[in-house]
Design a protein around this ligand. Sequence first.
Ligand code: SF4
Length: 327
Amino acid sequence: MPTKIGIPRALSYYAYYPFWKTFFESLGHETVTSPLTTKHVLDNGIKEAVTDACVPIKLFHGHVCDLKEKSDFLFVPRFVSVCRERKVTFCPKFLGLPDMIKTSISGLPPLLDVRIDLKKGWAELFKVCVCLGKRLDNNLMEISRALNRGIKAQKRYEKLLLREFTPVEAIAMLEGNKEFVQNRDTRLKFALLGFPYTVYDKFINVDIINKLKKMGVKIFTTEMVPPKILLSQAKKVPKNLFWYFSNQVLRAALYYIDHVKVDGIIHITAFGCGPDAMVDKMIELEAKHRGPVPFMSITIDEHTGEAGLITRLEAFVDMLLLRSEMT
Ligand code: SF4
């Protein structure tokens, strides 16, 4: 029987799932992913996580609960950094994630809680993979082959994201399940910014992407900007932020304001998120001074209601349509 590795569909899932799935499966193991977020998953997360955690962390707990009976190992890495920029790391909750999970949830299978700190160079990824492979009884040759396959899968995935597919669509396409067609008939262009786990988890953001698409809005997200272009935006702000995803979001905002001339920016923030409190204000100010580009902030938490969100989106879209008709 192959070893079953549980991969929660939350947090880093939306950024790196194709790499890890391919890596573990190339080693000969089976991967099990938790389902799309539901109210049940969220309720479990709220029950198990510390009360002052942000909703993405609560969701991660809920996804772990779903997997704990179905997996031999749970993949809960400690993401420290994935870039070479000095002093840039993931937020403290990512750093403490394996500890949080171990202390909050009982009856867990063993955790694969490797520390991922690529600031030390790409050789570090090899070391991380060796550490994981040895724990799963694989040899060095198998690990090297799986690493290469993982990198190729991740590259294919990132190319699909650049072609404006969402992670959900890109993953389905990589798995050969479905082809998606982009809607070209749009009336407005919006940058929809936020961390990948807030923008793409359609339960927690009440399916904002599809709601906007139905209103005739073309969506641009952080993941649709090539990494080199994102990095080149860093010089427009006096100082880097400390957090990796926050820098990506702010740089995407700068790019979309200056180069794509979007009609509006919507920033999805998580209630209780320290980094977001700063990024949200910075995007608002940059949108005002560089554009001005109309800006709307949407804060999500476990009580986010669909009706209120639809009203705000409709008002924002109507105002911008009116504006475009008048100019
Ligand atoms: S960056 Fe914010 S939303 Fe993301 S895990 Fe950290 S506190 Fe939560």
